[in-house]
Design a protein around this ligand. Structure first.
Ligand SMILES: [Zn+2]
Length: 158
């Protein structure tokens, strides 16, 4: 519906961007063309209920303007996302929903598990026995290799 209103949502952008924005579920939610349980909204971000929550109360904080990943997010939007995540986290603890801890996570890129390619930060209420599993092949790495890794990242930051 409203197929000619795509331009209401963000950058002017290239035609490919317009097509992507028109089919992005988070842009549709931001534009009010798709339903979501909105818990917070301001000029920069919207916080909505995840429709398949890891635990009850799982919220997503998304920028209003379409951006795929961290590389597209400037410090101003990063600050807005972080500020909202902190406020939502605090609210979850007093909301009446079970929340004894909070896990924040953000998947940047398909290899990281990103499913919707509109940047979003997960705010997940946690408690003992909540069924959330975070796994990895944790391995000890030598001091020498850690220093090597750190040097590569330092160089990339410079
Ligand atoms: Zn989008």
């Amino acid at each position: 519906m409203g197929g000619h209103e795509e331009s209401g949502c963000g950058d002017p952008g290239a035609p490919e961007t317009m097509i992507r924005m028109a089919t992005c579920i988070f842009c549709e939610i931001v534009a009010g063309r798709a339903e979501a349980g909105v818990v917070y909204a301001d000029d920069s971000v919207v916080a909505i209920m995840d429709h398949k929550p890891a635990t009850v109360g799982h919220v997503l904080v998304i920028p209003r303007v379409h951006m795929a990943g961290l590389a597209d997010a400037d410090d101003a939007i990063g600050t807005a996302i972080w500020r909202t995540a902190r406020r939502v986290s605090a609210a979850l603890r007093t909301s009446g929903l079970r929340c004894e801890g909070v896990r924040l996570s953000l998947a940047d890129g398909e290899a990281a598990g990103q499913d919707v390619f509109h940047l979003h930060l997960h705010v997940v209420p946690r408690y003992p026995g909540d069924g959330v599993v975070v796994t990895a092949d944790w391995k000890k790495r030598s001091r020498e290799l850690l220093d090597h890794d750190a040097a590569l990242i330092r160089n990339a930051l410079a």
